[in-house]
Design a protein around this ligand. Structure first.
Ligand SMILES: Nc1ncnc2c1ncn2[C@@H]1O[C@H](COP(=O)(O)OP(=O)(O)OP(=O)(O)O)[C@@H](O)[C@H]1O
Length: 239
């Protein structure tokens, strides 16, 4: 479960907050996609949940743990997949997974790790090759396998499909759907309306640090979402 309570961030020297009293709950089994123009406050929200920055007011809670006061406790419950998953290029996908599992204080036999990589969609032949030869999509799959191995209860993703070809993005969306189905609470930042429609249960549009609109994915088709998004900014209603 991810919960923002009146979450506010005003960077030092800024006249206005970059995030302004955000209230948001992402329940287990739910995927919430955050859309919005550049500078709307999406990454600020993610960084607050990760405990990378301190809120000016309010709370970012991961399974009830305050990310500001107990960042390690919050991060133990959460997996983060950034735009590019950072892995050790000289190690194979399997070795990377084994390493990240070990630094999380866990252990798993090779067969279990291979099964996790397979569940994330990485073929066996690729899992035993050095990561420096991986595509971006393959790196993302190792990132998902790490999240699975750590038994994270919440998953936060920042632009995970940017730069992926449509096939790889589609495959990734299906994978996120499966993780959601397994009960993870998923918060994903994206500029990709199609991806949002494909894998979210709810879609929020941020503007100037506020959640301007929230859509249930059942309530809007892809074109409707695009039209609503463009309308929101064309008419200046979100400002
Ligand atoms: N470290 C920082 N110091 C000062 N201002 C910052 C800092 N980080 C972000 N901001 C400002 O906060 C606002 C929100 O930025 P944020 O990165 O959260 O937006 P975003 O919605 O993720 O944008 P994008 O789609 O471009 O990634 C912007 O006005 C940005 O300039």
């Amino acid at each position: 479960m991810l919960e923002a309570r009146h979450l506010t961030k005003r960077y030092e020297g800024a006249d206005v907050p970059s995030l302004d009293r955000l209230d948001l709950t992402v329940a287990p089994g739910e995927a919430f996609c955050l859309l919005g123009p550049n500078g709307a406050g999406k990454t600020t929200t993610v960084n607050l949940f990760l405990g990378f920055i301190q809120p000016t007011a309010g709370q970012a809670l991961v399974c009830g743990i305050d990310a500001a006061t107990d960042p390690l406790g919050a991060r133990a419950k959460l997996a983060y997949i950034p735009e590019t998953v950072m892995l050790y290029g000289a190690l194979t996908g399997l070795e990377n997974l084994a390493y990240f599992v070990e630094v999380s204080g866990l252990s798993a036999p090779r067969d279990d790790l291979m099964a996790l990589l397979a569940a994330a969609g990485l073929p066996e032949a690729a899992a035993t090759r050095p990561v420096r030869g991986y595509s971006k999509g393959m790196r993302q799959k190792v990132g998902v396998a790490i999240a699975l191995a750590r038994r994270a209860q919440a998953l936060v993703l920042d632009e995970p499909t940017s730069g992926l070809d449509p096939l790889a993005a589609n495959e990734f969306a299906a994978l996120i759907g499966r993780l959601r189905g397994e009960g993870l609470a998923v918060l994903m930042v994206t500029h990709d309306l199609f991806l949002a429609k494909q894998c979210a249960t709810r879609i929020g549009v941020m503007a100037a640090g506020r959640l301007a609109r929230v859509f249930g994915t059942e309530d809007v088709d892809h074109l409707g979402l695009e039209r609503a998004y463009l309308d929101l900014f064309a008419t200046g209603r979100a400002a």
